[in-house]
Design a protein around this ligand. Structure first.
Ligand SMILES: Nc1ncnc2c1ncn2[C@@H]1O[C@H](COP(=O)(O)OP(=O)(O)OP(=O)(O)O)[C@@H](O)[C@H]1O
Ligand SMILES: [Mg+2]
Length: 344
């Protein structure tokens, strides 16, 4: 564009000049024409500069619309019953699941187990064994391919979807903090929560102490343009967020992986006391890498390539499952029957 406009000016000088010399045109007309051309130069350059951003915005807009138009895989059925979770008993019956478009290899095959109301069920297994997939099926991020999951006796596909999710507190494997204050981040699940309730949830999650030590305490901004928190701090904020809604079912997907063992034990003790105080039995599903996190669980499920390899309480698994023994030995040393020794 710059070249064309400048050539136009050259042409105006050339021909205009020649015509002015022979007297066919006044010098003023030529000068005016050159001036007009240079005035036109700037806006036209601006316009061409906008072509790039406009086409980039067009591409972005179509991507955003793709997300906005996406239909969730799990949808509310017409006439879903409005019953909310009252106790939190979860039963998996012969559940299999393949990711859409990845049909050949099922991520989970024939999973059956029962988590009674108020119990703690732990899920352990190698990376990629399907632990996250299993817990994602409970709030219906995906629907099962075969089999069924029931909550307090009713199939979760027949339940009111927002109601189901409201009663499930979930801490995802990847912690997400939003731009805003620490308190906003904890309050995310229950916007109306009082500062006291937020503090209480943070105390249970072992986050209160470090939050108070931040420059503006609970009003410190986090996320983009805010303070940077450590992995373990972020995890504890996410746990506080899940606890605040007083869910009937609490799912922790590797949510304590960045905490040291001592903090994790304090968190579990506080959680026990909290459920005892609020008198709401809270069924807990805990995905863990560390065996030490699951020793006290009522049931431990050992997953292997999407199948239940073994299931039972710690002592039983230690006696019966070779895979579990291997994991135990690699983390806590030789199994012997004294827990204190193993811990030390
Ligand atoms: N969104 C997805 N689409 C397709 N395949 C997936 C998806 N998420 C996970 N998978 C596959 O499902 C299997 C189980 O993955 P999953 O995330 O459940 O493992 P995991 O046990 O949670 O592992 P980790 O301990 O690393 O978190 C893996 O083979 C993985 O590649
Ligand atoms: Mg996972």
């Amino acid at each position: 564009m710059l070249l064309i406009l400048n050539l136009a000016i050259v042409a105006a000088v050339w021909f205009g000049g020649a015509t002015a010399i022979t007297g066919g045109m006044s010098v003023g007309t030529v000068v005016a024409a050159i001036n007009y051309l240079s005035f036109a130069l700037f806006p036209i350059l601006m316009l061409t500069g906008m072509i790039g951003p406009v086409s980039a915005a067009d591409a972005s807009a179509s991507r955003i619309l793709e997300v906005l138009d996406a239909q969730p895989q799990a949808r509310q059925r017409p006439g879903a019953n409005q019953t909310r979770i009252t106790r939190g008993q979860i039963v998996f019956t012969d559940v299999s699941f393949s990711y859409p478009g990845n049909g050949a290899e099922p991520a989970l095959s024939n999973i059956s187990f029962v988590a009674e109301a108020g119990q703690t069920v732990a899920i352990v297994g190698a990376t990629g064994s399907g632990k996250s997939t299993l817990v994602h099926l409970i709030p219906r991020f995906y629907d099962v391919t075969a089999g069924r999951i029931t909550m307090d006796g009713s199939d979760i596909r027949e339940m009111d979807l927002p109601g189901l999710r409201r009663d499930i507190g979930m801490v995802l494997q990847e912690t997400v903090l939003f731009s805003g204050t620490v308190a906003d981040n904890i309050r995310y699940g229950r916007i109306s929560a009082s500062p006291d309730a937020v503090g209480e949830a943070a105390r249970v999650a072992q986050a209160d102490a470090f939050i108070r030590a931040l420059p503006q305490g609970y009003d410190t901004r986090v996320g983009q343009r805010g303070v940077t928190l450590s992995g373990g701090q972020r995890q504890r904020i996410a746990i506080a967020r899940a606890i605040l809604v007083q869910p009937k079912v609490l799912i922790l997907d590797d949510a304590t992986s960045a905490l040291d063992m001592e903090t994790e034990i304090r968190l579990q003790t506080a959680l026990d006391a909290f459920t005892h105080d609020t008198q709401t039995p809270m069924t807990r599903l805990i995905v863990a890498q560390r065996i030490s996190s699951v020793l006290t669980a009522d049931t431990i499920i050992v997953l292997d390539h999407g199948r239940v390899h073994a299931m039972g309480p710690h002592r039983q698994l230690l006696a019966q499952s070779a895979v579990y023994q291997d994991i135990y030995r690699s983390q806590l040393g030789e199994p012997d029957n004294s827990k204190e020794h193993a811990h030390g």
